[in-house]
Design a protein around this ligand. Structure first.
Ligand SMILES: Cc1ncc(COP(=O)(O)O)c(C=O)c1O
Length: 371
């Protein structure tokens, strides 16, 4: 049976080589004769995996010894709380860029721990564009600024020019980035960030671990004592082994990190651009479909598109159902848009081959002929 193309937004497609090695490790992990599922996190073999995964993440991010990398649990969603808990002291404020659902969720959680200001918001425009760093001055001296590099649900991503503006605007502030859906999709100056986090189940591994890279000197300044599990310093002191880590998720992430290193971020970016261009060109050339994100802010990870609005809501709903079925018959899975926005979304993460995107582009073109 040929494998379907997996366009789900996460858990998501992983490189075939990674899945093959991960499958092998379930029977015999690195020649130990034990399964990765049963091996102790304190075994020397797993301790080496954790150490290597942390070191390789730091290497790929181009970060130095002033940063620590952790593999935590609780998803990116727990980071929405841990970040303000660890960075905001009494009377401190934080600033958030409201560029999508997850950015907004992060901001809402931070409000439980301090004074939070919205820097700019594209909510009124259904988050179809990135409201850049123009209005940064309005928020005064915030302890940190939070942004989301890629808005998974809306298919928008901070482009290079907007990132540069952001770095300039926030130069005197700790910049915090949620990179859950685009980490390692392109080279970036990661050292501009004081804290980076990414739930791994999109570009890095299976669900169950969250990668955090944090600059050590931003921690320990709140004057508060935190629960041990919610304090980054606990995890740093214990080499990301304070409690039992998500061993399988960390191991598979390590395999993907090696795959990323073998390809290099530059080559990965070019591959992602080629795929995105093919898909967006197909959508733009179609009379039936149209993209939803502003062209300058289109994501190379999640492409969102809908039917043109020259039909009634009922007709569009029926057409959507038909197209999803049409795609499924061609083994193109996971292209329904997020339940909160509808339409279609194709997640074309690092591991998606060009052939998968070509198959989707062909489906778009061929479907149009049937309408
Ligand atoms: C950008 C972004 N941030 C945060 C999250 C939440 O991640 P989790 O479900 O691991 O908490 C997601 C999930 O899709 C996401 O895409």
């Amino acid at each position: 049976m040929s494998k379907p193309y997996n366009f789900f937004s996460g858990p998501a497609i992983l490189p075939e080589e990674v899945i093959a090695k991960a499958a092998e490790s379930i029977i015999n992990f690195e020649g130990t004769g034990l399964s990765i599922l049963e091996i102790s996190h304190r075994s020397k073999e797993f301790v080496a995996v954790m150490e290597n995964a942390r070191a390789l993440t730091k290497e790929l991010l181009g970060l130095g010894s002033d940063y620590e990398v952790l593999f935590l649990q609780g998803g990116a969603s727990l980071q929405f709380c841990m970040i303000p808990m660890n960075l905001l002291g009494e009377g401190d404020s934080a600033a958030y860029f409201d560029t999508g659902h997850w950015a907004h969720e992060a901001e809402e959680q931070a409000k439980l721990f301090g004074d939070v200001k919205t820097i700019s918001s594209s909510k009124a425009d259904n988050y179809t564009h990135i409201s850049g760093a123009d209005s940064w001055q309005a928020v005064g001296n915030s302890r940190y600024a939070h942004m989301t590099t890629n808005n998974t649900i809306y298919g928008t991503q901070w482009n290079r020019a907007k990132l540069e503006e952001l770095y300039n605007a926030t130069a005197d502030t700790v910049l915090v980035g949620d990179m859950s859906s685009d980490i390692f999709c392109r080279p970036m100056d990661f050292s501009k960030f004081g804290l980076i986090y990414a739930t791994v189940q999109k570009n890095v591994g299976p669900a169950g671990a969250t990668l955090v890279a944090v600059k050590k000197d931003i921690l320990g300044k709140t004057g508060k004592t935190l629960p041990a599990m919610l304090d980054y310093q606990t995890h740093i002191k214990k080499d990301s082994m304070h409690n039992t880590p998500s061993t399988y998720a960390v191991y598979v992430s390590y395999l993907t990190l090696q795959w990323i290193k073998a390809h290099g971020l530059q080559q990965i970016e070019q591959h992602n651009i080629n795929k995105a261009q093919l898909l967006y060109d197909t959508i733009d050339n179609s009379k039936l479909f149209k993209g939803t994100a502003a062209k300058a802010d289109r994501s190379i990870m999640n492409a969102c598109f809908v039917f043109n609005e020259n039909s009634s809501t009922e007709q569009i709903a029926a057409l959507e159902k038909r197209f999803l079925q049409f795609a499924e018959e061609r083994k193109l899975l996971g292209i329904a848009g997020h339940r909160s926005v509808g339409g279609f979304r194709a997640s074309i993460y690092n591991a998606m081959p060009l052939a998968g995107v070509q198959a989707l582009a062909d489906a778009i073109t061929d479907f149009e002929k049937t309408v």
